[in-house]
Design a protein around this ligand. Structure first.
Ligand code: FAD
Length: 404
C-alpha cells in the first residue's frame, strides 16, 4: 500500500509527536491532526507533574523503560534546540522507615538494569547536602531527572508541524474511524470530517482512547478507568524549602508513585498528585458528575475486582481527597518544615489508565494496530517523557511495512 494521506486523532503530546515524526522521516507527507478541543494539549499533556522521568521504576524489557530513556534524551535535545526550559534539578526517592529499604534497593537495581545514568544510593548526610530540609534514612538520587512544561513543548511542536505543512483541525471531535477498501474515513456524528479517505490513521485519544477504539471496531478491552490527581501549590515564600523533586518509595499495593514534591519550571513548588477514582473523564473541577463516564466503570467487572483488592490504599488516598490537612501531613513527613505551610489548590490531572477485565491495571504502554488504524490504548506516566520515542516506534516499527 502506498501511503500519502495520514490522519492523527488527538493533539496531546503523543498525537503531536507522531505527526512530527511522520514529517521528519517523510517530508511532504499529507498529515492532518484532528483535535476535539479548541487548543492543543488541553488534557493530560498539560495537567501533569512536568517531570522528565529517568527510567527508575520500569521493567527492563518493557516499552516504558525503552521509550522513557530514549524519550528523555529526545526531549532534552528538543528543548535545547528550541530554547524551551529543561531543568535537570534531580530527584530523591526517600525511604523513611527500615521496612522500605528493600524496595528502595530494588528500584536502584532496576534503574541500573535499565542503564539509567547518574543514580546513587545515599545516606542522610548526603541527602541534606542535596535537599537541606528533607528527612529520611536513605534515598536514591537520580541526578538526571528533569522538569519541563509539557504544555509549552506541545504548543511548540504544534507550531513546528504546521510550518512543515501539517493541517491542525481544532474543534473536530472524531466519533468513528470507518475503514473501507479505499481507506479510512474519519467521521463525526454528522458524517466524514474530510471528503477523502486516509491511507493510515493513528489514534492518540488519551482519556477517550478505548471509546474511539470500540466505535472503530478495535477490541473492547482494555478499558480506560480515570484516576484523578490533585496538586496543591505551596506558599511562594516557602518555595525554597525544596530544591528539586522529592518522592516517596512507591507503595507496591497501589500502582501510582505517591504524593511528591515537584518544582515547576516557573519556580513554583507543587505537592501532589494523590490518586483516586474520578467521577468523570474530563471532570477537572471534581464537582460535576459525569453519569455516562461513571456508568462505564461501574458496569465494568474489572473495576470491582480492582476496588476489592486496593481497599486500604484507596482509603489512605481518600483521606487526602477529603482533607487538605491530611494531604499536607502526608507530604510533610519528607519535609517537616512545610508541615504548616499554606497550600492553595493547583491543577487536577486525570490519568487515562487502562484496566483489564481481571481488575489488573495495564502496566506497560499498549499500541495496537488493526488494518490501517493504530490505536494507543495505554499511555500513562511516563507517557509524556516517552512521547517522542513512542512516535519513533509507531512510525518506524509499527508502520515499517507500509510504503511511506
Ligand atoms: C496527574 C498526572 C501526572 C502525570 N505526570 C507525568 C510526569 O510527570 N511525567 C510524564 O512523563 N508523564 C506524566 N503523566 C502522563 C502524561 O501526562 C501522559 O502520559 C501524556 O500526556 C499522554 O499524552 P496523550 O497525547 O496520549 O494524551 P492527552 O494529553 O490526554 O491527549 C489526548 C488528546 O486527544 C483528544 N481527543 C480525545 N478524544 C478525541 C476525539 N474523539 N476526537 C478528537 N480528539 C480527541 C483530547 O482532547 C486530547 O487533546 C501524568 C499524567 C497525569 C494525569
Amino acid at each position: 500500500m502506498v501511503v500519502r494521506r495520514i490522519a492523527i486523532i488527538g493533539a496531546g503530546m503523543n498525537g503531536l509527536c507522531v505527526a512530527r515524526q511522520f514529517l521528519l522521516d517523510h517530508p511532504g507527507l499529507d498529515v492532518t491532526v484532528f483535535e476535539k478541543e479548541a487548543e492543543v494539549a488541553r488534557h493530560q499533556s498539560s495537567h501533569n507533574s512536568g517531570v522528565v522521568h529517568a527510567g527508575l521504576y520500569y521493567t527492563p524489557s518493557g516499552l516504558k523503560a525503552r521509550f522513557c530513556i530514549r524519550g528523555a534524551q529526545l526531549l532534552r535535545d528538543y528543548c535545547g534546540a528550541r530554547g524551551l526550559p529543561y531543568d535537570e534539578c534531580g530527584k530523591l526517592v526517600v525511604a523513611l522507615k527500615a521496612e522500605e529499604l528493600p524496595r528502595l534497593e530494588a528500584i536502584h537495581r532496576n534503574a541500573a538494569a535499565n542503564g539509567v545514568a547518574d543514580i546513587r544510593l545515599i545516606g542522610p548526610e548526603e541527602m541534606r547536602e542535596i535537599e537541606p530540609n528533607c528527612v529520611g534514612i536513605k534515598a536514591l538520587h537520580s541526578a538526571r531527572t528533569a522538569i519541563v512544561s509539557y504544555g509549552e513543548i506541545a504548543r511548540s511542536i504544534a507550531a513546528e508541524i504546521q510550518e512543515s505543512g501539517a493541517k491542525l483541525r481544532l474543534g473536530h471531535a472524531v466519533v468513528r474511524l470507518n475503514e473501507r477498501s479505499e481507506g479510512v474515513y474519519v467521521e463525526s456524528d454528522s458524517g466524514p470530517l474530510d471528503d477523502l479517505p486516509f491511507d493510515l490513521v493513528v489514534a492518540c485519544a488519551g482519556l477517550q482512547s478505548d471509546r474511539l477504539a470500540r466505535t472503530s471496531s478495535d477490541e473492547a478491552d482494555p478499558r480506560i478507568v480515570p484516576f484523578f490527581g490533585q496538586y496543591y501549590l505551596v506558599d511562594p515564600k516557602l518555595r525554597d524549602h525544596v530544591k528539586g523533586l522529592i518522592y516517596p518509595v512507591p507503595d507496591p499495593r497501589y500502582p501510582f508513585l505517591g504524593v511528591h514534591f515537584t518544582k515547576r519550571v516557573d519556580g513554583a513548588l507543587m505537592i501532589g498528585p494523590n490518586a483516586f477514582i474520578s467521577l468523570g473523564r474530563e471532570n477537572y473541577s471534581g464537582r460535576r458528575l459525569n453519569l455516562g463516564d461513571m456508568a462505564d466503570f461501574l458496569r465494568y467487572p474489572g473495576f470491582w475486582k480492582f476496588a476489592a483488592r486496593n481497599g486500604s490504599a484507596a482509603l489512605r488516598e481518600l483521606k487526602t481527597v477529603l482533607s487538605k490537612t491530611s494531604f499536607a501531613r502526608q507530604a510533610a513527613q519528607y519535609v517537616p518544615s512545610l508541615r504548616d505551610a499554606k497550600l492553595r489548590a493547583g491543577v487536577r490531572g486525570i490519568r487515562a489508565q487502562a484496566m483489564q477485565k481481571s481488575g489488573d491495571l495495564v502496566d506497560d504502554f499498549v499500541i495496537h494496530r488493526k488494518g490501517r488504524v493504530v490505536h494507543i490504548r495505554n499511555a500513562p506516566s511516563p507517557g509524556a517523557t516517552s512521547s517522542m520515542a513512542m512516535a519513533e516506534h509507531i512510525v518506524r516499527d509499527v508502520l515499517a511495512a507500509d510504503k511511506l
